[in-house]
Design a protein around this ligand. Structure first.
Ligand code: XMP
Ligand code: MG
Length: 183
């Protein structure tokens, strides 16, 4: 789905399909260099990271394994509650494993700081983070993020996996959601 298919719902396109693809390729080159020769497990955080995972995984020119977690910190609104629940846990035992968490966006950072601590406590060899987007002005907890795609303004964005009330995930680009949609 393109922005033209949902006219009026997006006030500004922040990243086009092309810009996203270029950034994913750039991140993949860095990850290949950093994890060469290692048995890397990439963990996608459902559901927002589905598109990033699909594209990043196919861009990586090395063997990887993929697993998924689902956590909830939002409900259907646009503000983080700070309360994280595991809705679906990993199928993989990550003790001794080299793990890279793949996320769509870091907003307050509450979800990822919780997830990082949770996965590290399972005895992984290393746990790092790759996030396509970050909102620097929204950060409430500082977390050490190894790979960041783009810093974006502190506005609610949708597309490329990111939703509002489960819609817009199938938008090819990433854009700012028009306030009339949620107010
Ligand atoms: P925190 O605040 O814990 O939030 O860093 C991370 C999770 O919140 C969701 N999120 C968004 N989803 N547009 C969205 O569609 C946004 O602008 C946005 N900001 C945060 C997202 O699921 C992320 O994993
Ligand atoms: Mg998410």
């Amino acid at each position: 789905m393109d922005v033209s298919d949902i006219e009026g719902d997006i006030t500004e396109v922040l990243l086009t399909e092309q810009q996203i693809a270029e950034k994913i390729a750039e991140l993949a080159r860095r990850i290949e260099a950093d994890y060469a020769g290692q048995n890397l497990l990439i963990v996608g955080v459902l559901r927002g990271a589905v598109m990033v995972m699909a594209d990043l995984a196919r861009e990586l020119r090395m063997h990887i394994e993929m697993d998924w977690m689902a956590v909830s910190s939002y409900g259907s609104g646009t503000q983080s509650s700070g309360v994280v629940r595991i809705l679906k846990d990993l199928d993989t035992d990550i003790a001794g494993r080299t793990v890279l968490i793949v996320e769509d966006i870091i907003d307050s950072g509450l979800t990822l700081s919780w997830l990082l601590a949770n996965l590290r406590s399972r005895g992984a060899e290393s746990v790092e983070i790759c996030a396509l987007l970050r909102k620097p002005d929204a950060v409430k907890v500082e977390i050490d993020v190894k790979y960041i795609g783009h810093d974006i303004p502190n506005q609610f964005v949708v597309g490329y996996g990111l939703d509002y009330a489960e819609r817009y995930r199938n938008l090819k680009s990433i854009g700012i959601l028009a306030p009339h949609v949620y107010s």
